[in-house]
Design a protein around this ligand. Structure first.
Ligand code: 13P
Ligand code: SF4
Length: 315
């Protein structure tokens, strides 16, 4: 029996659902869709897991996505495919340092990106995702709040530029998006003047400033589908091309450059942690119950408040 068929039968037997991010392999994405799960951005992954009736949720993505699912559904069994699949933003925002940062600015609303640990979310007032950050910050700004933002300085800088809000930023970055190069992108655009540039807001501001559209992974896919251009240069993890091409058949999709002045192309537009997800691991997790996420009750309760605010705000 093929791996896919074995996984399908295990999912049924275990009353489990597979929730996948756009950056994991096309095989895992297809399997999630074919078995009643979902492929989506981190906001919808969280919402879907929360609303699902399944007893067990298998998260094909990175660890913070599994933790978010567990925080929202403590009664469910949540598993990730690899416990080592982390995120440079999460890794770069250690709770002890973050606590000190927050203590230095007690009057600011603490807003953190989804790409953080459960402990960091527990310390926050709000959690946001790339698809919701601008709206939430504008809302807080209109309520007279000053903001402490963590951990992605590029997304934070973008949000700040859109909202005029008083915001101080933690110094973190995504190692994948940080490697997109503005100079090389300008050169590439010269060869494709008819292409629209689509950029994820974890990219550096010089790259964002060249964008025709800036948005979350779901937003970028929708833009490729709905915009009139037939060609797109895309600055995000290249795992997105699978769904984007399905959503915009016949349109030409080009990877934004990660080479150029000072480039070492460490990631080459693909997240090393998303790449740790595989069909083999999915089957093993289902069969052996590996990699279950556990979060202590106090942390979970506090973190849930900051996530719930977002779910209610975006409902
Ligand atoms: P999205 O919420 O846009 O899917 O982003 C998650 C992520 O990790 C992007 O690098
Ligand atoms: Fe984290 Fe970047 Fe990987 Fe997304 S692409 S999971 S932000 S390291």
């Amino acid at each position: 029996m093929s791996l896919e068929k074995q996984i399908k039968s295990e999912l049924k037997a275990k009353d489990a659902v597979l929730v996948a991010h756009y950056y994991v392999s096309p095989e895992l994405q297809s399997l999630a869709e074919e078995t009643g799960g979902i492929v989506s951005d981190s906001l919808e992954m969280a919402r879907f897991g929360h609303n699902s009736d399944a007893k067990t949720i298998i998260v094909a993505g990175v660890k913070f996505m599994g933790e978010t699912a567990k925080i929202l559904s403590p009664e469910k069994n949540i598993h990730v495919l690899d416990m080592g699949a982390t995120c440079s933003l999460d890794d770069g925002c250690n709770i002890d340092e973050f606590d000190k940062f927050c203590d230095q600015h007690p009057n600011r609303k603490v807003v953190v990106y989804a790409n953080t640990s459960a402990q960091v979310k527990a310390r926050a007032d709000w959690m946001v995702t790339s698809g919701s950050a601008v709206k939430v910050i504008k809302h807080l700004h209109n309520s007279g709040e000053q903001i402490l933002w963590a951990p992605d300085k590029h997304l934070g800088g973008y949000v700040k530029s859109q909202s005029d809000v008083d915001m101080i930023l933690w110094d973190g970055a995504c190692v994948v998006h940080e490697q997109f190069k503005a100079e090389a992108l300008i050169e590439l655009k010269k060869h494709h003047p008819d292409a629209a540039i689509l950029v994820h807001p974890e990219s550096p501001k010089e790259v964002i400033s060249l964008a025709d559209y800036v948005g979350s992974t779901t937003g970028l896919i929708e833009a490729a589908k709905n915009r009139n251009e037939e060609k797109f240069i895309v600055a995000t993890d290249n795992g997105i091309f699978h769904k984007m091409q399905q959503a915009a058949p016949g349109k030409k999709l080009i990877e934004a450059p990660t080479m150029g002045e000072g480039a070492d192309c460490e990631s080459c537009a693909h997240c090393q942690w998303m790449a740790m997800n595989s069909l083999d691991k999915c089957l093993s997790v289902l069969r052996n119950g590996d990699n279950e996420i556990f979060i202590d009750t106090d942390t979970s309760k506090k973190a849930r408040k900051s996530i719930q605010k977002l779910l209610e705000f975006t409902a």
